[in-house]
Design a protein around this ligand. Structure first.
Ligand code: MN3
Length: 210
């Protein structure tokens, strides 16, 4: 999957749908800014940080972030922030799709959610509360830990679950740029609506293969 295995030089990965595909829940203008401006900036700054470090040019971003503690001090922060920015946004964009009615998880991921959270409704409640409680900028994630159990965790800024040894399956971006044009301060409404546009097919692929 390109969003996981890409390496230097990084490119702006196109959205897997049109800019207005997530309407009415995420508007086209937000998607243009978020993808074309914000993500582009992370891509450019990540390439800039790595330009003079050819020893990292063939290493997948996933591995760079996993081993971020071992990067040279001069580029460590830039890789964590901009590499995380690229990785997190690509996952965020790829795990959404056009709205569908009654958008509930199925297949293996559906079973695992029921197993580890009791029901999809409970999962939703916990995920929404966690996303709402992220202080400042960051993400809430569905992750798989090293025992295969599902968990919901927050990450600040552009930190990734990868760096903490967790397998990322599904992020929600709760930086204000993700929702402020349409929702203003109403992060809660953005989170509620986002459940209608989760691409459970992709989340299941990540759960099975990642
Ligand atoms: Mn963002």
């Amino acid at each position: 999957m390109i969003i996981i295995n890409e390496h230097y030089p990084f490119k702006l990965v196109p959205l897997p749908y049109s800019y207005d595909a997530l309407e009415p829940y995420i508007d086209s203008e937000t998607m243009h800014y978020h993808h074309d401006k914000h993500l582009q900036a992370y891509v450019d700054n990540l390439n800039k940080a790595l330009a003079n470090y050819p020893q990292y040019h063939n290493i997948p971003l996933y591995s760079l972030l996993e081993g971020a503690d071992y990067l040279p001090d001069e580029i460590k922060t830039a890789i964590i922030n901009n590499g995380g920015g690229v990785f997190n946004h690509n996952l965020y964009f790829y795990t959404m799709r056009s709205p569908v009615q009654n958008n509930i998880p199925y297949n293996e991921i559906g079973n695992a959610i029921n197993r580890d959270f009791g029901s999809f409704e409970k999962f939703k409640d916990i995920f929404a509360a966690k996303a709402l409680s992220v202080f400042g900028s960051g993400y809430a994630w569905l992750v798989k830990d090293n025992t295969g159990k599902l968990k919901i965790i927050p990450t600040p800024n552009q930190n990734t679950p990868v760096a903490a040894g967790q397998t990322p399956l599904l992020p929600i971006d709760v930086w204000e740029h993700a929702y402020y044009l349409k929702y203003k301060n109403l992060r809660k409404d953005y989170i509620e609506n986002w459940f209608n546009i989760i691409n459970w097919e992709v989340v299941n692929q990540l759960y099975m293969n990642f």
